[in-house]
Design a protein around this ligand. Structure first.
Ligand code: SF4
Length: 197
């Protein structure tokens, strides 16, 4: 019984020694020594292990929220909203908050994969090769399908052989350039964008 009493007394004494209120009442400062406890003594800054912090933009939508990317030994370990951004003021929506998972996912395809017509196999190709092939096919399709005039003689100078569907990440300015290039430059009529922000 005495042993239990002694243990309880010791626990109570430790509790009151660690609790900030009695220490404040005994004169300690609430923002200095009385704010410390055995728990806070062992806490470390959340991202102490990061050796580098970079800035980025969320890749998911046209809001363009700014991000801080924390890295350790060259590998990202955490991404959060940048509080300096007037756009998102340090916040990220659930999609943007999952950027690190997207970056490090084993399912991510980091290179260009090409499947030739009638083939069932994917081949790795350089990005430059893919861009040149896309440009060549767009030019070829446009040249083959351009219509100068309709049957009644109305001049149109357009092609219905190409359509463009933009992604949600495209912002106002990018969509303007796409419209200028495809519509005014190539005569494409079907131009749409997924973004609705
Ligand atoms: S997906 Fe969310 S976090 Fe990313 S830019 Fe859009 S609103 Fe911002």
């Amino acid at each position: 019984m005495n042993q239990i009493r002694r243990r309880l007394a010791r626990k109570a004494s430790e509790f009151f020694k660690d609790w900030s209120v009695p220490r404040q009442l005994s004169g300690q400062s609430a923002v200095a020594e009385a704010a410390r406890s055995s728990l806070s003594e062992h806490q470390r800054p959340r991202l102490e292990e990061a050796d580098r912090i970079g800035t980025s933009i969320c890749p998911f939508c046209a809001v363009g929220c700014a991000q801080l990317v924390y890295a350790k030994h060259g590998k990202p370990i955490h991404i959060e909203g940048d509080p300096r951004s007037p756009v998102n003021q340090g916040t990220l929506c659930p999609k943007g908050a999952g950027t690190l998972g997207m970056m490090l996912s084993e399912l991510r395809v980091p290179e260009v994969l090409y499947r030739a017509p009638h083939s069932s196999a994917w081949e790795k190709r350089p990005l430059d090769w893919a861009m040149a092939r896309i440009a060549a096919l767009v030019k070829q399709t446009r040249d083959e399908t351009i219509v100068d005039r309709l049957a009644d003689g109305t001049p149109v100078r357009h092609t219905l052989g190409i359509a463009s569907l933009g992604g949600a990440t495209l912002d106002n300015e990018e969509n303007y350039l796409i419209k200028k290039l495809l519509g005014g430059g190539l005569g494409v009529v079907s131009i749409e964008n997924q973004a609705r922000i």
